[in-house]
Design a protein around this ligand. Structure first.
Ligand code: PXG
Ligand code: PLP
Length: 435
């Protein structure tokens, strides 16, 4: 775009130097497509950043946001309320597994992650077990970029510039060579859940507040758990009085072909974090759904009832405009049957993405619902180079896919048609065969 000065804006999670050499600017979007400043139409192969499953620029969301802005643009989040936020809390609770029906709102997945970790620590303190503070994550896990989520996350490059944080430890990931090219849930690795027992033995359960995992790891390149793995984490946490948090910022609200990953994998945690798809990406919003009795523990404190029970919250927690967008986005998911659609189309996507097995550089392909990850063989000494090259070639062909680490990630819009899946896979194939 001519006359656009790129100097001032420090781009997030972006190679700023590279971007300035070859800017990629979207000026408009509709359905499953972006339109660029140079007049090209680009298929949105990651639903934005895993957040616009219902497709872009849905008029229902725009209308709801507009109406809300003209009615109640903002209400103080602390000590005052507005109808949409109470209705949305109830609605989010209904989408969650049985019992996770008390909902705290944030503005992002990162804030949801840190909120859930603070709830866990505070819960144990209220239970008289103040020493339960350690947070356990999983290698390759991603829980956003705030201090709690970053440290309990398992992606080393995201941590190493930033020094110390809360006390954490990590269980191993389940990305095993013998699981390469598994379709959906891979056969091997349930025993890796037992590593949680070893971590507990190392620190003692009396020092551990919570375990946080993504039902399937998204950012790390779609790492799907083997059957029984999450069940075993659940059992171990119950046995040792440790809270289990599912971070469903990617896996929740349709991406897994179910309301939640918890539902798809048949395991009920103590808290679930969602964000992204909650407003179809239109307005920032995140949420933490907690078990009723966790909430009631906070309500049972002995202090006078005019004092607050949980000193935590954001200026924009439950922002009226974000809530309006969320109601409209959830209406669309229901009305258009999009979660069921993902469930029904997932096998077609699975076949398509696995047809890339045998193409140059492809060392693994993983998928679940409308999410997939490909691992690509390294250039010597440059693990992140090939995915970037492949993604840029896709972009030139009119397909946006995400690259990160040694992986390419796909997160289809829930509205994707079969021929669009075919076209996306063809573009990837051609981009892989390039050299
Ligand atoms: N938890 C999980 C499981 C996530 O996937 C966050 C927390 C943080 O959410 P916010 O809204 O603060 O970004 C995420 C976000 C990718 C990609 O390409 C993944 C995320 C964000 C951007 C890109 O894998 N995950
Ligand atoms: N920093 C300062 C100086 C503030 O006054 C506030 C909120 O009042 C914050 C940070 C937190 O902002 P938010 O509530 O939007 O997360």
């Amino acid at each position: 775009m001519q006359n656009l000065n790129l100097d001032a804006y420090w781009m997030p999670f972006t190679a700023n130097r590279e971007f300035r050499k070859s800017p990629r600017i979207f000026t408009r979007a509709e359905g499953a497509y972006f339109y660029t400043d140079d007049g090209r139409k680009v298929f949105d192969g990651l639903s934005g950043l895993w957040c616009t499953g219902a497709g872009h620029n849905r008029p229902e969301i725009a209308a709801a946001v507009h109406d809300q802005l003209r009615t109640l643009d903002y209400a103080p989040a602390f000590q005052y309320g507005h109808p949409a936020v109470f209705e949305l809390a109830e609605r989010v609770g209904r989408l969650m597994p049985e019992g996770l029906d008390r909902v705290f709102f944030t503005n992002s997945g990162s804030e949801a992650a840190d909120t859930s970790l603070k709830i866990a620590r505070a819960y144990w303190r209220l239970k008289g077990r103040a020493e339960k503070t350690r947070l356990i994550g999983r290698d390759k896990g991603y829980h956003g970029v705030n201090f709690g989520g970053m440290h309990v996350g398992g992606i080393a490059p995201n941590r190493m510039l930033f020094g110390d944080g809360p006390t954490t430890d990590h269980i191993p990931h389940t990305l095993l060579p013998q699981n390469a090219f598994s379709r959906g849930m891979p056969p091997h690795g349930i025993e890796l859940a037992n590593a949680l027992e070893a971590v507990i033995a190392r620190h003692d359960a009396s020092t551990i507040a919570a375990v946080i995992v993504e039902p399937f790891s998204g950012s790390a390149g779609v790492i799907v758990p083997p059957p029984g793995y999450l069940q075993r984490l659940r059992e171990i946490c119950i046995r040792h009085d440790i809270l289990l948090i599912f971070d469903e910022v990617i896996s929740g609200l349709g991406r897994s072909g179910a309301k939640t990953g918890a539902e798809a994998f048949g395991v009920i945690p103590d808290m679930i974090n969602v964000a992204k798809q909650l407003t179809n990406g239109a307005i920032p919003l995140g949420a933490v759904a907690v078990r009723t009795d966790i909430f009631e523990t906070f309500m049972a404190v002995s202090s006078p009832d005019y004092l607050l029970e949980f000193p935590h919250g954001y200026t924009y927690s439950g922002h009226p405009v974000a809530c309006a967008a969320a109601h409209a986005a959830l209406d669309i998911l229901e009305k258009d049957g999009l979660i069921q659609r993902v469930h029904e189309m997932a096998p077609y996507f699975e076949d398509a993405v696995h047809s890339l097995k045998g193409e140059p550089h492809v060392t693994d392909i993983r998928n679940f619902g409308f999410a997939a990850g490909l691992t690509l063989a390294h250039h010597p000494g440059e693990p992140a180079r090939r995915p970037w090259e492949v993604a840029m070639r896709c972009y030139q062909r009119g397909f946006y896919v995400r690259y990160g680490g040694d992986t390419i990630q796909l997160g289809l819009p829930f509205i994707t048609e079969r021929q669009e899946i075919d076209a996306l896979i063809d573009a990837l194939r051609a981009s892989l065969r390039f050299d």
